[in-house]
Design a protein around this ligand. Structure first.
Ligand SMILES: [Zn+2]
Ligand SMILES: [Zn+2]
Length: 131
């Protein structure tokens, strides 16, 4: 797919997420970008929709928040499994991918003739320093 050309708003949202210590809700992003001219949640949501589509950002359903993709490699978010550990103490989120999990899950799902759109695993718990 290559690197998509981002609009100004998309770049600003991407920058806010990339520099954030942890996941951010759309409203937190809006607050951070008010000085940049953002006024309505819809502006943030529109940018997030595209960034999600490009695979640059992930949505954490259990937190209703967003994180920048931190994968060191180019990977297929569409078919692959994206897994996160989410620390309930400090809020640290770590993204990881594992080929063995992906293979096993896709085999199980194929056996049910189910067509996967997206697979996200969210593991809640405590990180090393919070445990
Ligand atoms: Zn990713
Ligand atoms: Zn922690």
């Amino acid at each position: 797919m290559g690197t998509p050309q981002l609009t100004k708003n998309q770049s600003l949202v991407m920058g806010a997420l990339a520099h954030s210590e942890g996941p951010m809700s759309a409203y937190t992003i809006l607050d951070k970008l008010r000085d940049e001219g953002f006024r309505a949640p819809l502006q943030v949501y529109r940018a997030l929709d595209k960034l999600l589509e490009y695979g640059l950002v992930h949505r954490l359903e259990s937190l209703n928040a967003f994180v920048a993709c931190t994968c060191p490699h180019e990977h297929e978010h569409d078919r692959g499994v994206t897994a996160f550990t989410i620390c309930e103490g400090c809020g640290q989120v770590t993204e990881f991918h594992d080929a063995a999990i992906e293979e096993r899950l896709s085999a199980l799902v194929r056996a049910q003739s189910f067509k996967t759109e997206k697979t996200t695993i969210e593991i809640r718990g405590h990180c090393k320093s919070c445990a």
